[in-house]
Design a protein around this ligand. Structure first.
Ligand SMILES: Cc1cc2nc3c(=O)[nH]c(=O)nc-3n(C[C@H](O)[C@H](O)[C@H](O)COP(=O)(O)OP(=O)(O)OC[C@H]3O[C@@H](n4cnc5c(N)ncnc54)[C@H](O)[C@@H]3O)c2cc1C
Ligand SMILES: Cc1cc2nc3c(=O)[nH]c(=O)nc-3n(C[C@H](O)[C@H](O)[C@H](O)COP(=O)(O)O)c2cc1C
Length: 782
């Protein structure tokens, strides 16, 4: 077999090694345009898990690499004169040059030929090769040559960064967030060998301009960075090696394989440097390719296996990298945070590290986070414990005069079980049991302001006395038997009205017994949905009055809070999104125009709703569709409602148009809550695939939301909050009838939690840094 590998970076060399081990008879050649030791960059970083992989696949190179490594366990965050250190991270660094020399040596040892100073510009010269590996890096000539086939998407990110080195020793992966007269600069730094560290500097485009970096050469910009970070560099210099400032390209290729050619490493996909995974991804691609080649019957099948088997893992890492890079791009959102909350945000920015996880590794740090959170709560007038602060989920919150005793919320969820809009016994048990289950705040399902405002025939309403009496019974039960507050969500279905019950066909038009629908514009949801009537001014007045009347009935029922539903493509949302609003009058066109009617409705309700009671608005912070609402629009929407007197923005997403492309995942909507909260400076509630108390605490402690709503988890577990309270040992109200159950779970949870933590700690292998520290520890004196 003949294999040509274009590019002698980590991907190409490691692929050569693994393939040659597998097929000693194969003729494998690596073509590299640079000289053998002519490499850019400084250090590379690997996690312990990545090193385990290297150990498994090629022990000799693993041993040589790890002999050269610098190990560290801590991450240190420097911010506004403070430093927070968190241990247990298990990372290693090594010089990129050393890594490449080791891989070159190992490849040669195995019989791979490496041709340096050989620039390849046409794959036709490898017509007789069975396999052509395109490992030619981030600016891959061959990916671009076959651009129509590989279809790379290149998203050039807005921040500027430059890779430099230093002689400054470091004992932790170090993040320094530095305010300057021009704006914020960030350093990501780590040691990779004795006396050498990598320094990546990052800043936003405006700060870059203001700092005059645009006009400086490599050395001058290194001097500027040395001035900014001089207090930390301690007289050590910064080193340069192709250290130009650039914008990071997030690359995703639609296809990785063409005939017998395959893309590997940066050529096919990149991951932002803030999660330190570029070299890891490149070498693990090589592992995946070698595995596929070992087991498939031929090259074609192997390349298909490689692409199909590897894509999900790469996309997962890219997603984590995306979340991380967005955090760094928007660091100014958090600039006025308490430093410990800021550090917690840095640590938890990419989902993998959570509140519970940090509690195990760095209990003192989490204690400090909890105390800072409790102090903020105390500053709002609550007499909360600062010595033994409760976890953030169990800290109270005040909105106007309403106090909620904890931050877990039952998200609004239609039960499709009302008769003519009247909630029945099912609803009493449903809301009642969730209130007894401990959630601080319960939202009703979307309750409709008129018969024709319903989504389905099973929706609840609040337009007549019978409905009002039924809701009063529910509200009274909640207040009499729990500490929960209850919020009425009012809405109008708009063009999504007159549809079937969820379990009979979500959003599908009713075949019989439907009613006429209205919307901002006469655009049907499905092509075969009813075409809604475009609302004229008279209809707008009627619907506004219906909202006000329902709000007044809500007050009469005793609801603690009121939410206006402006999300998910229903009537008011259909005004806000440009995808559903094609009007040419003053209610269409610009965002300010599209917001005009929803704001008018909100203001009318706000005037009718008692001043001491809070109001929220639910928005879709993105339509997940081209041309639709984006996170930036959501900030503007939230600001506008904030100015109109909203107390909380309930940040949901999507459901505007049927061909949207949401990106699901754990806590997938939380970044929008983060953006809205920390840019528009309004209190937010987040929601969406949040399933554990650990996630709730992580979100709250990092300042990404003020309340956390859980929908589906509450459908199967009304007692989610009380069980979580037992786990964290937080005090929580419970009706006297259920006290024996509460006492038991609180007693058992202490032991269960201890057992769980012991198991986790025992089950966790020691990091290489810990092992190295143990090996070099002096023996205790006799
Ligand atoms: C300037 C710079 C500095 C970096 N510094 C660091 C760092 O300090 N730490 C870190 O972890 N990561 C660093 N990275 C990122 C990291 O290098 C990559 O994520 C990783 O090397 C990807 O490996 P690869 O093998 O896919 O690509 P590369 O390492 O880029 O290797 C591709 C190789 O292909 C060769 N090549 C390209 N085209 C041809 C051709 N037509 N013919 C022959 N040869 C060709 C190139 O010369 C190169 O050696 C840096 C990247 C850049 C651009
Ligand atoms: C059965 C069901 C009914 C829902 N009804 C409503 C509703 O009436 N109003 C609303 O704003 N959201 C509604 N939603 C959306 C939820 O409030 C929530 O935003 C969504 O389920 C995502 O949260 P989760 O992942 O915790 O379930 C509903 C969701 C479900 C599963």
């Amino acid at each position: 077999m003949k294999i040509a590998i274009i590019g002698g970076g980590p991907a190409g060399l490691y692929a050569a090694i693994l393939l040659k081990k597998q097929r000693p008879q194969a003729e494998i050649t690596v073509y590299e345009r640079n000289r053998a030791d002519d490499t850019f960059g400084f250090g590379v970083v690997f996690s312990d898990a990545t090193l385990d992989n290297f150990e498994k696949y090629d022990p000799p190179s693993y041993r040589r690499i790890t002999q050269e490594f610098a190990y560290w366990d801590d991450i240190a965050v420097h911010f506004r004169g403070t430093v927070h250190r968190v241990g247990g991270n298990g990372f290693c660094g090594c010089s990129r040059r050393t890594l490449l020399l080791i891989l070159q040596e190992r490849a040669r040892e195995l019989g791979v030929s490496i041709l340096f100073e050989t620039d390849i510009d046409d794959e036709a010269q490898f017509a007789d090769a069975d396999l052509i590996v395109l490992a030619d890096g981030i600016n891959s000539r061959f990916r671009d040559k076959h651009i129509d086939h590989f279809q790379p998407q290149i998203d050039l990110r807005s921040n500027k960064f430059a890779w430099m080195g230093s002689t400054k020793p470091l004992d932790a992966f170090t993040f320094i967030f530095q305010q300057t007269e021009w704006g914020p600069f960030i350093a990501h730094a780590y040691q990779y060998e004795a006396g050498r560290s990598t320094w990546i500097f990052e800043t936003d485009a405006e700060t870059f301009q203001r700092a005059g970096l645009d006009g400086l050469n490599e050395q001058q910009s290194a001097d500027r960075m040395a001035e900014i970070f001089g207090w930390f560099l301690d007289g050590h210099s910064l080193l340069i090696n192709r250290s130009m400032w650039r914008n990071f390209p997030m690359i995703r290729s639609q296809r990785w394989v063409k005939d017998n050619m395959v893309l590997l490493g940066d050529a096919k996909a990149t991951a932002h440097f803030s999660i330190g995974s570029g070299t890891k991804l490149a070498m693990e691609d090589a592992i995946a390719l070698a595995d596929a080649m070992a087991h498939a019957p031929n090259v074609d099948a192997a390349l298909q296996t490689y692409e199909h088997g590897r894509r999900e893992e790469v996309e997962k890492i890219q997603h984590a990298a995306d979340v991380s890079l967005v955090w760094f791009e928007h660091v100014d959102r958090f600039w006025d945070f308490d430093p410990v909350q800021f550090a917690f945000g840095v640590m938890t920015r990419a989902k993998a590290i959570t509140y519970d996880n940090l509690t195990l590794r760095a209990p003192e740090f989490v204690r400090e986070v909890d105390t800072a959170f409790a102090k903020q709560v105390r500053s709002k007038g609550f007499d909360v414990d600062l010595d033994k602060p409760a976890a953030p989920m169990f800290q109270p919150l005040k909105l106007r005069e309403m106090k909620v005793s904890n931050r877990a919320v039952v998200s609004p969820m239609c039960m499709y079980s009302a008769k003519e809009g009247v909630p029945g016994d099912f609803h009493l048990v449903h809301y009642g049991s969730r209130a007894i289950g401990g959630a601080g705040l319960i939202f009703t399902e979307m309750t409709c302001v008129g018969r024709d405002a319903r989504i389905t025939p099973g929706c609840t309403g609040l337009w007549n006395d019978e409905q009002q009496a039924a809701w009063t019974r529910i509200v009274d039960f909640v207040h009499a038997n729990s500490a929960a507050k209850i919020c009425l969500q009012l809405g109008h279905a708009g063009r999504k009205g007159a549809t079937k019950l969820m379990w009979e066909g979500m959003d599908r038009p009713l075949e019989q017994g439907g009613w006429d629908t209205i919307s901002a514009s006469p655009l049907p949801y499905f092509p075969d949905s009813q075409v809604p009537r475009e609302m004229d001014r008279a209809a707008m007045d009627r619907v506004k009055q219906a909202f006000v009347a329902a709000a007044l009935r809500g007050e009469a029922c005793g609801f603690d809070m009121l939410e206006l539903h402006c999300a998910h493509g229903y009537l008011l949302a259909s005004f806000i999104s440009p995808l559903t609003n094609a009007r040419t009058d003053e209610y269409g066109g610009t965002l300010a125009n599209r917001l005009r009617y929803p704001l008018e409705v909100f203001e009318a309700m706000r005037a009718a709703w008692p001043a001491h009671k809070p109001m929220s608005v639910r928005i879709s912070a993105t339509d997940w569709a081209a041309g639709g609402i984006t996170g930036d629009d959501a900030v503007a929407v939230a600001r506008a409602f904030g100015e109109a007197g909203v107390d909380l923005v309930d940040v949901s997403t999507g459901q505007t148009v049927r061909d949207a492309q949401p990106i699901y995942g754990r806590m997938f909507q939380t970044p929008f809550s983060d953006q809205v909260r920390n840019e528009a400076r309004v209190a937010t509630m987040c929601v969406g695939n949040i399933t554990t108390a650990d996630q709730v605490n992580t979100i709250l402690a990092a300042g990404r939301a003020d309340l956390v709503a859980l929908g589906r988890p509450h459908l199967v577990d009304p007692s989610f909050t009380i069980r979580s309270a037992a786990w964290y040992g937080a005090d929580i109200a419970c009706p006297p009838q259920y006290l024996p159950g509460k006492e038991q779970i609180f007693r058992n949870s202490v032991r269960d939690r201890q057992d769980f933590e012991d198991l986790k700690i025992k089950g966790k292998p020691k990091t290489r840094a810990e092992l190295k520290a143990e090996a070099t520890k002096p023996l205790a004196a006799e």
